[in-house]
Ligand binder design. Sequence first.
Ligand SMILES: *Cc1c(COP(=O)(O)O)cnc(C)c1O
Length: 409
Amino acid sequence: MGTRGFTTAILHSDRSRPIEHGALHKPIHTSVAYGYADARDLARVFQGELAGYTYARQGTPTTSALEDKVTAMEQGIATVAFGAGMGAIASTVLALLRAGDHLVSSSYLFGNTDSLFNTFDQLGLVVSFVDATDAANIEAVLKPETRMVFVETIANPRTQVADLAAIGELCKARGIIYVVDNTMTSPCLFLPKRAGASLVINSLTKCIGGHGNALGGAVTDTGLYDWSTYPHIHENYRKGDAAKWGIWQIRKKGLRDMGAALAADAAHHLAVGAETLALRMERSCANALKLATYLEAHPRVARVYYPGLQSHPQHERARALFRGAGGLFSFELAEGIDCFDFLNRLEIVVSSSNLGDNRTLAIPVAHTIYFEMGAERRASMGFGDSLIRISTGIEDAEDLVADFRQALG
Ligand SMILES: *Cc1c(COP(=O)(O)O)cnc(C)c1O
């Protein structure tokens, strides 16, 4: 990204490589296959000796342009884009770990990631879920077989903030791969690299795309992990610059073998969305703080969970680490108010899944995205049946406050 500002760098990144006709956007390349005048070049591309494209499951010029943007935003060395955030998480873990390896995960997780890690546990990985708001809890479960630690920056939906920097130091000292899911903060609010992350996950569907019109995910290598010491890099990928071994294996094993490829038109939507990330995040964070502050003082609201509020247990940590407290908060209505009746009274705010959309969305999490995991696991994640999650959009703040006021009235 050099010395340029965040938004300047994204806006002009496509032009860092020549584009046909002087176009300002990278075009949407829909070709599945790529031909070569010299068949030896085709072989060289397959063998990793020449940069190029072979078959769209492993990438296209359009997905590469998006990957370059994400790499620049995260200040990393390389990125692999996937068809969804879940594809990025599944591929990263499956490409790097083997049966018997120990994965330590925060217990405060996006519901589908929690479900995925339970599947991996059944396949022979050993998974420990621990309270990641204190690095000591992670340290307490480490074993010689621990190869990876996985945390979210601000946990979905209860907004616990992981002990990001201390966990980074712990992983560095033990040579453990540290994976940080940056979806809730986005590289605009936080660079996991600064906390020692080896790999950064982003669901591009959320804040980076921003418009709720395309799915995508990415994993970025920050360049901090020494892959030359990692025992599970396949012989074929122990070639050239060791800094790229890990991400190369993720691209090959994850994208090529598992096939969670990102379509070119989705990549284009996401790249256009990324241009306004910083502007949208600023507005969405301001709206979240305004609404959370309003609701915390409201007699019909029992509790509000938002790292931007002083009442939040990790408020100071969030202030120290993040440029803003994010566009997501959750809250519980006072005893006796039905959460569905309340949601039905909202006029602007939409009852809907997704987050990081330009529109403000509300969802009763225990009954929807966290339904499958059961009451006991939900309680261990710190929330009960009445919790409502709000993802704030970029509407005018007064309209949002007025909508909540009338719905609570
Ligand atoms: C949505 C989400 C994901 C998964 O991303 P998709 O693009 O929906 O597959 C992963 N992690 C977090 C924190 C999320 O919010």
